[in-house]
Design a protein around this ligand. Sequence first.
Ligand SMILES: [Zn+2]
Length: 500
Amino acid sequence: MGHQVLARKWRPQGFEGIVGQEQTVQSLRGALEHNRLHSAYLFTGTRGVGKTTLARIFARCLNCTASGRPSPDPCGECPACRGFAAGNFPDLIEIDAASRTGVDDTRELLENALYPPSMGRYKVYLIDEVHMFSSSSFNAMLKTLEEPPPHAVFLLATTDVQKVPPTVLSRCLQLTLRPVPEKLISAHLADVLGREGIAFEPGAIEEIARCARGSIRDGMTLTDQAINFTNGNLGADPVRAMLGSLDRGVVAGLAAALTARDAERALALSEQIGASGDYLLALEDLMGLLHQAALMQLTGAGIDPAGAHRQAVVELSQRVAPEMLQLLYQIALLGRRDLELASDLRQGFEMLLLRMLAFTPHSEQALASPAPDSGVSDPAPSTPGAEPEPPPPGSEPPPAAEPAAEPVPEPAPRAAEPVSEPRRAAESDPQTAPGTPLQAGRSTVQAPDAATPASSPAAADRQQRIAELRQTPVVRTLAEHFGLGDEHIRLSDDEGLGLD
Ligand SMILES: [Zn+2]
């Protein structure tokens, strides 16, 4: 039973027990040592990085009576310290703004800040997820913050600082907590398990630390689960099974398939990932692999600590062009952000893989096939009456979904009509627009494509497809990332999108 609550049992009582967050700890210690105290602090950071833990320690430091003044090293013996350890110090008022329902209660609590503490030196308000406060609660708090009584300290914590009103922000000293690096998490878990006398394989806690994604609390919770799952003997294999972690070989295979442009194989591996693991983890593994390969190309040495990917890294770094690695990484990075928006993860993940297969940096494309350059720059008009296709996950709906609803910018001359600017002309068959200058600085000259004149359905389809692809945020972001203008984006022979 004791191992059920590792996170609580091993919650640090002083700054020395905090994992990571050196900067924040340093500035809080400094403030205590030099007695430069503010009346409000805002701890920001993702979940489980230690915001409330740090705030509680700070509250304890403010109130420890051992030295007659606030101390960065609370004694652990005085009534205040004992009250904190037992969780019943009367002048620490904790409010969870996310779960608080009685708004009036909150207001009353906050208005009580004017009265002096009953036992401690400071009356400390620890308000978690403060961005969830109602406006009346914020107002009650602001009243106190505007003219703070000397004995009141507000410790606010939030995962979403954007939602905290500027009037509150401007009165707070802001402390930003970072995700905890994997190495520190696994070292901490090893320490805790050692003290608990629980056997573990290093690989097991490395897997847990990876899944914790920067959160000490998640790491501890997963460790609790692993202890239960493995009956207190944390072997790497059972822990991996529990975490639904992937055999890294699958991800290495995926990277190979993507860079070899083998769609069938990539989708087969995606299915395997869906059956045995976690798409998000797979994506992060893939990104790790690409990162290592890119590093190896530049420095001659990857730094994968576990070395599990080593062979795949070497292989990728030798076989794949640096731009391709960058491109895949960028798509994965953006895709990870958007994956949660997909209606289901599998669909989102597959679309992501297809997107990776759809793009080719120009350097590679030139080698593969001399694609005719369509030179498109403006979104092609959608054919009137055509059903707009559903956008890929994460993209915005196409602006001209209803043909009649909004005027499309630059309304839509078809190829036969006169064209008003060079880029529009280049979009159509050059034979129908003689004398139109091709893109400046282009090295490849466009070959007239006799099989698909611009007026044919195939050409219209093609332009439609370009327009759809170009509307996706990922294309815009990629173009921005590589510093490319619209004119550098075009469709290749195999329906992939090319970047020059
Ligand atoms: Zn004390």
